[in-house]
Design a protein around this ligand. Sequence first.
Ligand SMILES: Nc1nc2c(c(=O)[nH]1)N[C@H]1C(S)=C(S)[C@@H](COP(=O)(O)O)O[C@H]1N2
Ligand SMILES: [Mo]
Length: 555
Amino acid sequence: MIPKFTPAQYNVHYPADRKFVIQFSKRAVLAVFGIVFFTFGIAWIQYLIFGLPADPSLKLINDKTAPLGFPLWLIFCHWMNFFLLTILLRSGLSILFDHPRLYWRADSKPGSEWLKFTNKKVSENEYWTAKDDARYLNPVIGLPGYRHSVGIARSWHFIYVPLFIITGIFFISMLFLTDYWRRVVPSSFQVIPDAWKIFVHYATFNLPVELNGYYQYNALQKLSYFGVIFFIAPISILTGLCMAPSVANRFPWFPKIFGGRQGARSVHFLAMLSFLFFIIIHVSLVCITGFKKNINHITINSDSESDILGMIIFFIIILFVVGFSFFAHFISWRKPRILQKISAAVNGNVRRITINKLKPQKFFTKSDISSYFWTNGKIPQSDTWKELASNDFKDYKLEISGMVKNEIEFSLEELKNLGKEQNITMHHCIQGWTGVAEWGGVALKKIIDIVEPLESADTVVFYSFGEGLYGGKYYDTHTLENCLKPQSILAWEMNYKPLPVEYGAPLRLRIENQLGYKMVKWIQKIEFVSSHKVVGKGFGGKNEDDEYYDLIANI
Ligand SMILES: Nc1nc2c(c(=O)[nH]1)N[C@H]1C(S)=C(S)[C@@H](COP(=O)(O)O)O[C@H]1N2
Ligand SMILES: [Mo]
């Protein structure tokens, strides 16, 4: 199942330091303890002073007015969601661990996290990349787990998200098309004090009267189901959507609802935690309150204790889900190109018919510039680059070749004489961090006009002096069309100062409608070709070749 890693891959996926730690900020710890102490404390005070409140379930014991049982569509949605959540949660964690820090601020500044899974303190004078910072996740928990599997994890996540949304829409429609909404939508605000009374029972280790779930849920149960269906699930979907840079770029107000791009990422994680918390309590209570009976409810819609068909179906479902997890790992490691292709097809098409029809907006100003900006990429080790760097790149020549009428070399001076474009933009790394910076440099269009690409040249390749994660030259490709966009520049300036070495000196790409990995740093040369298929392994870039990232990363 696990592929034979090359030594380079082995080092990446099994780093020497594999452990992760869970570190909450002081404020987050205070908030969590505050909530727990407050709720449990008040429950106990009430219990000790006023005694156990009357159990609101008593009046419901013989109430059979709500629609009873579990129709087939509901059973289907229940298990479908169970299956989908195993994939979404596990792949989501794998994505998270590629940048194991959660923030509220858009600059993703180390030190400002409310939760992180690493104890690494990032110091100002050390070159510590976001890739170095990724943590190893056990593949039993993560899909696919290990380190740096964000490309594959994203494929799983995004292939299954549409199914989750469709199931949700179908489920909620059916609730309201039938009478079943009455089982999960509280009919009055009385449900809140009633739920509290039940909570006081549980919190003080007094089990409330147990209602048969076939006919009735108790108030706390009803409120939790209502919350999961109408709050947690929609919030997961909305925060997921507004984390997409292509959405944020067109509807800047949307992520602001959740406190910006990183806020949305944090809320997305909190929604995942809520799901996890709900599942743990739900499954425990299903077990405690009569496992066999409960399973018969939700598999064969039978209230009998003796039927064993329900158990058989249950075990088949569990076997399927576990079997699928193994299958998912097999695909992830042995056939990742399939995932890369399906994910590109699904999301490429969804994007084509929706978001691509709208123009992104410019909306950052000088005051938005981040005080911290993560780095990625291996600083070039070649003697050529080091020599050039030692001389402030005075001898640097950018070589432009391939399918052009005029092959040419530019010195930095000559490039600067072509004029300067400046943009303030938010950089989105596929790993999850963001940062706002100003970039200044020459529009690629100016260079393209000079070199005059041949009719058949369709793709522009940017080669770096530096290496990729597994060795070999870092490169990436862009369509000629995209390079001609006004916000596609070769930058030599960052935040109004000469581009620092760590950020890609002497020249780096800024193609503002793309994700971070498409922006090659430490550019050595540019080549015009007929298609991305003729370069490297043929998938459009170093990360596309080795990490199964998308060829098109429009944002
Ligand atoms: N040469 C080279 N360029 C690269 C990379 C790399 O590994 N090597 N990483 C890319 C990725 S994944 C990101 S997010 C951005 C990071 O740019 P920054 O270091 O300026 O933040 O650079 C991109 N360009
Ligand atoms: Mo990145």
